[in-house]
Design a binder for this molecule. Sequence first.
Ligand code: SF4
Ligand code: SF4
Length: 476
Amino acid sequence: MGTQLNLVENNLHEVSVDNKRMLFHIPSSSLFQLDEVTGQVIDQLRQQSDLTDRQLQQRLESQYSPDVIKETLRELLSMEIVSDGRPLTPEIGVKHVESFPLNTLVLNVNTGCNLSCTYCYKEDLDKPSAGKKMTFDTAKSSIEMLIKESPDETRYNLVLFGGEPLSHLPLIRQVVEYAEQRFGELGKLVDFTMTTNATLLNETTIDFLAKHRFGLSVSMDGPQAIHDRNRITVGGQGTYAVVAAKARMLLERYRSRPVGARVTLTRGTTDVIRIWDHLFNDLGFAEVGFAPVTSGDISDFNLTDAELVEVFANMKKLGAHYLEEALAHRNIGFSNMHQLLTDIHEGSKKALPCGAGVAMLAVDHSGGLNLCHRFTGSDLPLFGTVETGIDREGLSGFLDQRLDRTNTGCSSCRIRNLCSGGCYHESYARYEDPTMPVYHYCDLLRDWIDFGIDVYTRIRAQNPAFFDVYITPRKA
Ligand code: SF4
Ligand code: SF4
């Protein structure tokens, strides 16, 4: 007789890279190269679903010793790739969030922006003159709330956000001074980050940002013909000339940390390689990251389905270039690829799509607590205020709905622990319900991750030092 065995298809995914069989172990997001015997065990179980351990031994005994087969089976059972009928471990142990290890606060210092980019999604975006500015009192209360709600972190991050954050520079200066003093006296570290349209930068501001080691990214969409399609002034003029000049000044002068560019891809813009080439090679950004818009508030700017397919195809072309250069030990700063390889390298597994609502909250200009920067000003109810603290019950209730994958398409998806149902704000924009997974480009995402596994395997085999130099230190 023997024990009946079953392959747990829900826990494994295979990608072949040249003649290697790579196994992506879904519960741990780990990648293994299948040896011959493991591959054969899997094949046998796939061919016949009710095979017993004895039958398996008989089928493979002409090729492998009983001990080798037993050991292989033991490993597959321990990884729950094969089941012998015992209940499987619930995949991601968290089913309820009670504690919030908050370490990042996004401060919306001004709802106003000095530009008028046609596609801008911000729910609370105002023209410069109507911008609602955060007061120093609110900013101070935000920092005090962070310390009170989450006193045990060693490192905190304050993200200065807008509108255009530099349109309220006096507050940023006050926040930095207060935060450095306050976290300093507690023996904690504080980091500052900011995404800016760059137009208001000057040498004095750059030196201030450098002194406080701001992590900076510049919103820029590529060469002039592409950038000026959407990134325009209130009067309708393209902003490329000024942004490019300021970016050059910044990149020349800023030595504290690498500076990235953040590109928004909207309808009609799919030329990832040309954009990367301009921002990386011509302007000298250290990293270029692409954000395809598919669920913006202004639907005319969403990429069409065909364009989205093209965007992913182009990202794969740029990914192939990334691979080529990585094998020559160079990093081309393609953030989306770099992040995917980091996730695979570190075996990231996420019960939730991002840190919003757990490690991160966004404070709107008047002190309301939102899931993230994209929700400030939206109709989604607040999760507390900086004065009253986090509405823990409300926030746990929200997160519980996303943690429970029962009856969702995500429960059997092979990238469920990397995607985790996608961005809450995309769901909100698309279905008016941030608790629903975003299903709209799952096949493209799954294919992109298979591509990442392929690239990862090749770099690992041919230039493993790339990971030590370019991936691990980035996290540290
Ligand atoms: S949203 Fe789609 S791709 Fe993401 S985990 Fe769910 S089914 Fe998979
Ligand atoms: S909810 Fe979406 S936009 Fe907000 S932090 Fe998460 S992934 Fe980003």
